[in-house]
Design a protein around this ligand. Structure first.
Ligand code: ATP
Length: 317
């Protein structure tokens, strides 16, 4: 495997007696979209600040694109596009003027700046609004302009802190879709910090759950779900056209099917728990017994189930 683009080793930050970040070890690969998830005060922002070289760790290291963020903060800042949770633009200036200003601050040459500005505005779908004053922009448009603002310096890594705050549901969907497209098309690595579980679930390849400075767990949705819900790894719900009469005559025969652990009958609805995914065998059983199957649904554990469960576990530590 390639070297990770972000590599955190034993990263720790203490503020007096408060351990804001506690021995964090994490690798993020190029092109990944990683979600940093946790309640208020979990240590997300402190971790980001250490990755940006804006605050020094008490111990441990943060490397970004091979540079140590503490000892080489300038190259690290060149590589990272950081979008904070509250964005500020010069309201009296147009989007283009704002971008030119940011481009100048980032040392982009005059000859290149306008082309890059138009290009990033096209990438975020604001090409027709480039000459409008940012005071006329909606919250969702400002968020996309914020993205253009960090893309203009052509970073390798995007760090987005609560990027969906205050945007309406359709704006959120659009924005997350844009992040995913950009990451896939340009090989951009994205670190997204958020409280919004289902936003993280929609867009991230992998998620880390943070509580009280500690990374409790990280992995993709499937791994997290399997580790937690091992006992009930697969739950399938079958809907029949007609209700089953109880006691169900085939219950003991059904329980003999390989992997079936439990079955609960409620009228037309049959809930089955199995040790592995045997949905086809379950459906075949009902069909062969002459029942009309009108629906089958496999329960996927959503990130909020997973998060809640880990969060409960952490409270009991
Ligand atoms: N400059 C500071 N001085 C003292 N304590 C701090 C400082 N910054 C953060 N902390 C403490 O460190 C802990 C982690 O804070 P941090 O802001 O990193 O959490 P967070 O996960 O980003 O929270 P939020 O989602 O609310 O932004 C908290 O207990 C916070 O009070």
């Amino acid at each position: 495997m390639e070297n990770p683009i972000i590599e955190l080793r034993g990263l720790t930050k203490c503020y007096g007696s408060v351990k804001a970040v506690d021995d964090l070890n994490l690798n993020i690969q190029k092109g990944e979209i990683f979600g940093l998830l946790g309640p208020n005060g979990a240590g997300k922002t402190t971790t980001i600040l250490m990755m940006l070289g804006l605050t020094d760790p008490t111990s441990g290291t943060a490397h970004v694109c091979g540079y140590n963020a503490t000892t080489s903060p300038i190259p690290v800042k060149r590589k990272i596009g950081y979008m904070p949770d509250s964005l500020g633009f010069y309201d009296g200036m147009t989007a283009l003027e704002n971008l030119i200003y940011i481009g100048e601050l980032n040392g982009i040459s005059d000859s290149e700046i306008k082309d890059r500005a138009r290009n990033v505005m096209r990438m975020v779908g604001l090409e027709n609004e480039i000459d409008k004053k940012t005071s006329t922009y909606s919250r969702g448009m400002k968020q996309r302009l914020g993205l253009a603002d960090v893309l203009i310096k052509q970073p390798d890594v995007l760090i987005l802190d609560e990027p969906t705050l205050g945007i309406d549901p359709s704006g959120v969907k659009e924005f997350l879709g844009l992040i995913r497209r950009l990451s896939r098309q340009q090989g951009l690595t994205v670190l997204l910090s958020s409280h919004h579980l289902h936003h993280v679930q929609q867009v991230c390849d992998r998620v880390g759950i943070f509580v009280k400075g500690k990374l409790l767990v990280e992995g993709n949705m499937d791994t997290l779900s399997k580790n937690l819900f091992e006992e009930k790894a697969f739950e399938v719900s079958v809907l029949l056209r007609n209700s089953l009469a109880l006691p169900w005559e085939y219950e003991s025969e059904f329980l003999q099917l390989n992997g079936i652990k439990q079955v609960a009958v409620d009228g037309q609805q049959i809930a089955v728990t199995s040790s592995h995914d045997n949905t086809p065998e379950i459906v075949k059983f009902f069909v062969l017994k002459g029942y009309e199957v009108v629906g089958v649904q496999r329960k996927e554990h959503a990130l909020d189930d997973i998060y809640q469960k880990y969060f409960e576990k952490s409270l009991n530590l």
